[in-house]
Design a protein around this ligand. Sequence first.
Ligand code: NAP
Length: 295
Amino acid sequence: MELINGSTKLLGILGFPVEHSFSPVMHNQALRYLGLDYIYLPLAVAEENLSQAIEGMKAMGFKGANVTIPHKEKIIPFLKGLSPEAQAIGAVNTLVREGEGFWGDNTDGKGFLRALAVEKGWLPEKKIVTILGAGGGARAIAVTLALRGVKMINIVNRTLSRGGKIAQRIIKETETEVFVYDYQEKNLADILRASHLVVNTTPLGMFPHTDSLAPLDYNAFKPGQLVVDIIYNPAKTRFLREAEKRGAEIMNGIGMLLYQGVLSFQSWTGEEAPVNIMKEVLEKNCEGKGGCDFA
Ligand code: NAP
């Protein structure tokens, strides 16, 4: 099949900037591997042009897209509707064509959970989870975990009010108990010790600032816990190394990145995504950048 022909269907990533995204290479290789007649394009659209871009994508018959920073929230008014996850998170990372318009989904939290299930056999029901950070990544993960039945979520963040906003969403949408702390909290070590899963969603430790670390008592980590960093560069952050030293099981952020893409791919094409091909592409793209292999 020619790479592009008269009936090739259009997909893309809408953001600003998008040059550094792994998604075009990952999705195009997966599409070629399965012989599907789609092309996935980088769509760098400045904020002030978002509404025209959406109208253009509708007019040109785009079948779907990913949405990234800074459009994940601002795109919502232009959509026909939202999945329960996108609604509860209040942000969209995937558009799927329906008739003349698009509906919005959020596969970030679902991708995180899928990675935990596939790589670690970890299931959310009745678990206690502590999340460091309260930004976009934390919100997607916390809300999705709550929708999937975790018992309790502790959010630890430098700015308490930002954690409080996520807590309000969770309380409104789910039965999960949620508590918000800052790093000065006296009982933080006990809170960490009692957690089945601890997730770092801050950028502390990300390349090139690989020595940075959230201010915690790392002796609270122990065998039997799962400790995840959603950073994937470097593959093993200082945070993960500290947890591993204390016997905890660890996982980095490449699985979340991979499976958010896998879930979007499946929504657009209706086909089972070639996970190993997509994983290979991500690993290759990380070469020479501190590494992204699975920890
Ligand atoms: P974000 O919205 O900017 O949120 C960052 C969070 O980290 C905020 O809560 C912020 O606290 C906290 N933070 C930042 N610097 C800090 C510091 N010096 N000390 C303590 N807390 C600090 O960012 P994001 O979009 O959630 O992304 C966060 C990280 O996750 C990035 O490294 C990103 O690459 C990674 N990520 C990975 C994936 C994946 O697929 N693996 C997906 C999304 C994000 P305040 O609220 O106090 O400012």
